[in-house]
Ligand binder design. Structure first.
Ligand code: MGD
Ligand code: MGD
Ligand code: MO
Length: 762
């Protein structure tokens, strides 16, 4: 409950375990030597950008600028294992549905375009042109809004721009993406408060900050390269790091740099968090309110006594709107209420607030622990409230840092992947392509699921990802896929979404970003945007896995030509021959962001997009940065009052996975081995519920909507987690999330607070 300083016995991220894991991942994919050579180019200005996370790529990289999990992602992509058409000849889809997620992807890279044959229930090889033509013929007669064009956040800026244009020329804004399940609470929350949809922190800010606060991000597993910046800040300038997380995540506790020989030999490690607060799942609005209340009341006292103010009143007066109403709400919030909802003591929250109050420049970093809640948008806005109180936006060392997920998820939004027509420059599209971009709002991820259930959606195109597995409510959703007329998946590896197909289904295998992309105009490069708003070029360096693979831009162009023909006068072939032309088109569409795109994409460290908030220009309705009064401290309106039986379940990633891609069954940092069918509980809750270590239980969702949602076979483990909370893995527990259990405003599924009860299995 209270602030804790680090004990030396705690687990450590990095270290020998990490180095060993890199070697073993390469060996498992039979690419030990080739992989090791390739990794020296990962995240380098002349190399390829890691297909894992979206953390910033420094201008002066480490000799080896990759982490254990980035190396795993690379090994997984360049594996020498392949899935030829013979494999599909030997297995029906129904048979393959019995396989685990891990087993399906582990078999290797897809090698040839395939079409599902209803008579045999098998995927069979087909020529590319025949596939494109048939897909185009089937899409053409459909009502455009009955087709969905999903994107997972790995596709490059070039591919994403082409794909969004294709969907709009076809006539729909149905462009949901993985961001709808991820940082959409950020994309909705930040524009209203600070007038930008993305974070303001850059790598340089880490060198100037005096304080970092982390909320709901598992940095050691999900953005491990950031540990270098945290280690530097701790060691060189003793910067305090305050973490709010229900779990004591090893990466946020201590780090041993696996690429620093001295640290490896001497066992030296750096303490990362100086305070660690195990907030209750869903308790962040309350915890942040506690910090804000302390600051505002301390400021009231200081000013009454003629002391030094705690708040930045000059900033508040010049740059913000709504301060008085917010301050009043915080003054009237009771500590009782705050402590109960946050699961933290007033003393602990005050200890954190005092450190924040002393920092000249502070930043807040956060992840899915904040956004994937019913109050996810409000959580994000509480963060900007806290920052605004001390003028911590728009000065060096300060700002907000939503740590994005997929390696180009932020960039896709920047170049048009969005279901919201007001987020795209329709006038520019009209000038360039002579068409009226559709004006009705498209479907986001949850709405696409609803449309699949109620029959409005007839065709689903997936550019990467594993939609059926990543989304909620599996037992309701899975049977519905068979009712679609057409499903098309552009993918590198086989996954469950490909097996849950429509009446006609295609599987189109593509190059990975790590592979050399040869086109008529020579070897091509692509580009991505990282979490700090910097754009980078990326050039593949590995020989493609099969001669039949096409690049993603080539596949999108093939589909577009066959479907929308000459509409828009786009010379799709010229774009595929030379992606620099696509970048010219991106620049013409978004001239302020992508000025001199082709020239600047190779700048070391990337080139930064202009952000008004970073210069204290506020692109909001009030023309100022807005304080927002929280509507409620109640974590979750779907959560029944605690009656001792209902637990709040959060579902997260483990160390050996990238989203639905499961590399192995271990979660090394958290000490879980050989299984993902586990549920971690507080020991007191176990006792009260009559459960013992290793009991096997069925988790059941508490929702009174007529559907039974269960996941069985979960082994119980006692874990250091706040009372009333439970933790298990994504995607195994996705069947428990009702489709309607999502963040208000952003519709991000509330994967971090599922009300469940447990039933002991015989
Ligand atoms: N190796 C690897 N890297 C990845 C990914 C991967 O799967 N593997 N996925 C990528 C993607 S798409 C994304 S979005 C990011 C995800 O990276 P994260 O944002 O770290 O996502 P999760 O793994 O879901 O972990 C959420 C964290 O929030 C904490 N948490 C849960 N509930 C709460 C809460 O109510 N309050 C607070 N304060 N904390 C809470 C959990 O304990 C956990 O530490 O990582 C990206 N990078
Ligand atoms: N319960 C729960 N659910 C969640 C979450 C959670 O924390 N809890 N997190 C949510 C979040 S943050 C996200 S981002 C989503 C992720 O949802 P998605 O982005 O849809 O899922 P991924 O698992 O990242 O997709 C993996 C698949 O992408 C394909 N792929 C990999 N590389 C490439 C490539 O280069 N090109 C193409 N075309 N295909 C490729 C492979 O076939 C692989 O099987 O899941 C969400 N779902
Ligand atoms: Mo994500």
């Amino acid at each position: 409950m209270s602030a804790q300083t680090e004990k030396s016995s705690s687990p450590t991220a990095g270290g020998w375990g990490s180095a060993k894991a890199v070697v073993s991942s390469l060996a498992k994919e039979h690419v030990l030597l080739h992989g090791a050579a390739l990794l020296t180019h990962q995240n380098k200005p002349d190399g390829y950008m890691c297909v894992g996370c979206s953390w910033a790529k420094p201008a002066h990289p480490h000799p080896l600028e990759f982490c254990e999990n980035g190396a795993k992602a690379t090994a997984w992509d360049i594996t020498s294992k392949t899935v030829p058409p013979d494999f599909f000849a030997a297995h029906t889809c129904t048979q393959l549905l019995e396989w685990s997620d891990h087993d399906l992807e582990k078999i290797g890279r897809l090698t040839a375009p395939m079409r599902w044959n209803a008579a045999t229930d098998k995927y069979e090889a087909i020529g590319w042109q025949e596939a494109f033509d048939d897909i185009g013929r089937r899409l053409q007669p459909l009502e455009p809004d009955s087709a969905v064009f999903y994107t997972s956040g790995r596709a490059s800026l070039e591919t994403s721009y082409m794909y969004a244009l294709f969907a709009r020329l076809y006539g729909t804004n149905n462009l949901p993406d993985s961001s709808n399940m991820c940082h959409e609470s950020t994309s909705v929350g930040l524009p209203k408060t600070i007038g930008v949809p993305v974070g303001t922190v850059t790598l340089e800010d880490f060198e100037h900050t005096d304080c970092m606060l982390f909320f709901g991000h598992n940095t050691g597993t999900n953005a491990p390269r950031m540990l270098h910046q945290l280690q530097d800040a701790r060691e060189q300038r003793d910067v305090p790091i305050i973490t709010f997380n229900p779990l004591r995540e090893p990466g946020l506790i201590a780090f041993r740099n696996p690429q620093a020989p001295a640290e490896m030999m001497t066992g030296k490690k750096t303490q990362i968090s100086t305070q660690y607060h195990q907030v209750k799942v869903g308790g962040d609005t309350a915890a942040l309110a506690g910090l804000c209340k302390y600051l505002i009341e301390a400021d009231d006292r200081a000013r009454a006594q003629g002391g030094v103010p705690v708040l930045d009143h000059a900033f508040i007066a010049e740059h913000t709107h709504g301060f008085e109403a917010f301050a009043e709400a915080m003054r009237s919030a009771s500590w009782d209420q705050i402590e109960r909802h946050a699961g933290l003591t007033r003393a602990a929250l005050e200890a954190a607030a005092r450190v924040y109050a002393q920092a000249k420049a502070a930043m807040v970093l956060y992840g899915m622990g904040l956004t994937q809640h019913r109050n996810g948008v409000q959580n994000v806005q509480m963060i900007t409230n806290l920052l605004l109180l001390r003028g911590n936006i728009g000065k060096p060392g300060a700002g907000v840092c939503p740590v994005r997920g997929h390696s180009n998820v932020q960039g896709q939004r920047t170049v048009g992947i969005t279901e919201k027509p007001d987020k795209i420059p329709a006038d520019k599209l009209k000038a360039l392509y002579h068409f009226d971009s559709p004006t009705s709002k498209g479907m986001n991820t949850v709405e696409a699921c609803e449309g699949i259930l109620d029959g409005r959606v007839k065709a689903f195109i997936g550019l990467g990802g594993n939609f059926a597995r990543a989304t909620p409510d599996h037992s309701r959703m899975e049977p519905a896929w068979a009712t679609l007329d057409l499903t098309v998946s552009v993918a590198t590896k086989l996954n469950r979404s490909h097996l849950l197909h429509g009446r006609v289904s295609y599987l189109l295998p593509c190059l990975s970003r790590i592979e050399i992309d040869r086109q008529a105009g020579g070897e091509q490069a692509v580009s991505v945007e990282d979490s700090t708003g910097c754009f980078h070029g990326s050039k593949g360096r590995s020989e493609p896995n099969s001669d039949l693979l096409l690049s993603e831009p080539a596949i999108v162009a093939g589909l577009a030509k066959a479907t929308v023909g000459a509409r828009g006068n786009v010379d799709w072939d010229a774009w595929v021959a030379d992606y620099a032309r696509v970048r010219d088109a991106i620049e013409a569409t978004y001239p302020d962001i992508f000025k001199d795109f082709n020239a600047r994409m190779w700048s070391p460290g990337g080139f930064h997009r202009p952000l008004g908030a970073s210069e204290r220009r506020w692109n909001t309705e009030t023309g100022k940065a807005n304080f927002v009064v929280p509507e409620t401290y109640d974590e979750d309106p779907d959560m029944p009052e605690h009656d001792g039986q209902v637990l709040r379940l959060m579902t997260t990633r483990g160390d050996s996975q990238f989203n639905t891609t499961i590399y192995a069954l271990d979660d090394r940092f958290r000490g879980i081995k050989g299984t993902r069918k586990v549920i971690m509980l507080n020991a007191d809750d176990m006792q009260r519920l009559g459960l013992a270590e290793k009991d096997v239980v069925t988790a059941c969702t508490v929702a009174h909507d007529g559907y039974d949602r269960e996941v069985s076979g979960l082994e119980v483990r006692a874990f250091d987690i706040p009372a009333g909370c439970a933790w298990s893995y994504y995607p195994e527990c996705n069947p428990l999330i009702p489709l309607w259990h999502y963040a208000k405003e952003s519709k991000v599924p509330a994967a971090k607070s599922i009300p469940i009860t447990l039933r002991k299995q015989a």
